[in-house]
Design a binder for this molecule. Structure first.
Ligand code: BGC
Length: 469
């Protein structure tokens, strides 16, 4: 019997994360609906979100929040859908706002802290018609929308996430063309990144004007990279892409200067607009210089051939990467950090328990290096629509399944594991034995379970980890 416990700090938030378009259903007034219905080829098998998880008309968020409560979650991250709240510019829908206020009350009634995301990939059609985030007027529109949401949800929400994954949104929508409006244009990509940063800053101030004590942050998707060999040739490409994807926005938030390859934008209003930083983490890619990819700064990403392998189109699943990203983000921002998303696409639930354990060991290690991690939000509560991947079964990220025809849910085994972890605020040797018995030695090669460092003791160990990412 392995006898050890990896304890998490008192007050640690345990939850899952969701996004409006992916779970609500019936969102027909946004850019994603337009994209889904204007295919072919935009979404896997030309699918549409349809009723999704029926959180809107059928109010099935209530039963799913029960599932979260059953997993002993004390928090939940969800997003509000701009196109519902403001269906036409300047026209606000009070019933939609009330729906979100009800969701917040439902969470509070289950003793769960709401973390509300204000922008998660979807835009109202009217905004899209004005050029979306390529047009700087989006910033003012977003500011007014945010002010209205904060007014409606009031003091029941104090944890706000302004924008989900600005770099993913900008590059998928304007560089790779996988998201609407499906463009491949570097100039637009840059403009969008700058405007999202401005939008974040405007939202930060709009929230603080009403709620000076609110905690406002942003969810940043970080990718781990491996440099192709020979490193001498490929390292510069790695440095460019790592800066572009992982670091430029963070630099903008810290200094007010958004330094993108070959162009710097001054966004002074973004400086000091972060109370916490959110980390979304999934994959590692191999990168190197390639003469045939000028549009991607001559950089080619491929998936390394090792690690836990998920669906073909994604990178290597390498949970240990969490450690380096937590360390770097908390070191440079000096702010509390939430893991705002982390999970794995795994319909059979064969990888998920191991992935969860390896991820949480990484988080625990970072905490023991004094990183101020305040919570972990697993992606996701129930299977839902995965953007351009649609309802492709290979992209099922849920702790629970969701049958699209019947709306029936079933609990995956990893939901049981997550429930045990959340209930104890710890991962124990007993859980390891029961959920991942075959992988124990492989799992804990670097974790000295005997020398469990107390959480409140300053850890003097030095690492050059920070310089490696
Ligand atoms: C997004 C989610 C998405 C998840 C899994 C994240 O980048 O924020 O909306 O479902 O990845 O791919």
């Amino acid at each position: 019997m392995v006898d050890f416990d990896l304890h998490f700090p008192a007050g640690f938030l345990w939850g899952t994360a969701t996004a409006a378009h992916q779970v609500e259903g019936g969102n027909t007034n946004n850019n994603w609906h337009a994209w889904e219905t204007s295919g072919p080829g935009h979404v896997f098998e030309n699918q549409q979100a349809g009723a999704a998880c029926d959180w809107w008309d059928g109010q099935r968020y209530l039963e799913d929040f029960d599932r979260a409560a059953e997993m002993r979650n004390n928090a939940h991250r969800f997003s509000v859908e701009w196109s519902r709240i403001e269906p036409e510019p300047g026209q606000y829908d009070d019933a939609a706002l009330q729906h979100y206020a009800d969701m917040v009350s439902a969470l509070r009634a289950r003793s769960m802290e709401p973390l509300v995301t204000l922008h998660h990939f979807s835009n109202p059609l009217w905004l899209e018609k004005q050029g979306g985030w390529t047009n700087e007027t989006a910033v003012g529109h977003f500011e007014q929308f945010v002010a209205r949401v904060v007014e409606a949800l009031g003091e029941n929400v104090t944890l706000w996430c302004t924008i989900n994954e600005p770099m993913v949104y900008a590059s998928q929508s304007f560089l790779t063309g996988h998201f609407p409006p499906g463009k491949k244009n570097l100039v637009s990509t840059y403009r969008v990144i700058a405007n999202l940063l401005r939008g974040h800053a405007a939202a930060y101030r709009a929230i603080k004007a009403q709620q000076p004590n609110a905690q406002v942050g942003l969810a940043k998707h970080q990718i781990s990279f491996k440099v192709n060999r020979p490193q001498l040739i490929h390292a510069p490409a790695h440095d460019v892409i790592r800066h572009f994807f992982n670091r430029a926005i963070i630099g903008g938030l810290l200094t007010g200067k958004l330094r993108l390859p070959l162009r710097t934008f001054r966004v002074p209003e973004a400086k000091d607009t972060l109370d916490w930083i959110g980390l979304n983490y999934y994959y590692r890619f191999a990168v190197g210089f390639h003469p045939l990819y000028p549009q991607q700064f001559f950089i080619r990403q491929s998936r390394p051939k090792t690690g836990i392998l998920g669906p073909e189109s994604v990178g290597e699943i390498w949970p240990e990467g969490l450690f380096e990203h937590i360390r770097w983000l908390s070191d440079v921002t000096r702010k509390p950090l939430y893991i705002t998303e982390n999970g794995v696409a795994d319909p059979d639930d064969t990888l998920r328990p191991l992935h969860m354990v390896r991820s949480l060991c990484s988080v625990w290690q970072a905490i023991n290096y004094n990183a101020p991690v305040k919570g972990y939000f697993h992606w996701t509560l129930v299977d839902n629509i995965e953007w351009s991947e649609g309802y492709d079964p290979r992209f099922q990220f849920g702790l629970h399944t969701c049958d699209r025809e019947t709306q029936e849910r079933a609990k995956r085994r990893s939901a049981e594991l997550y429930g045990e972890i959340c209930a104890l605020n710890a991962f124990t040797g007993d859980m390891a034995q029961r959920y991942v018995p075959d992988q124990f030695d492989e799992l804990f090669p670097g974790v000295d379970v005997q020398a469990n460092v107390p959480l409140d003791s300053p850890d003097k160990r030095q690492t050059n980890e920070m310089n490696r990412i």
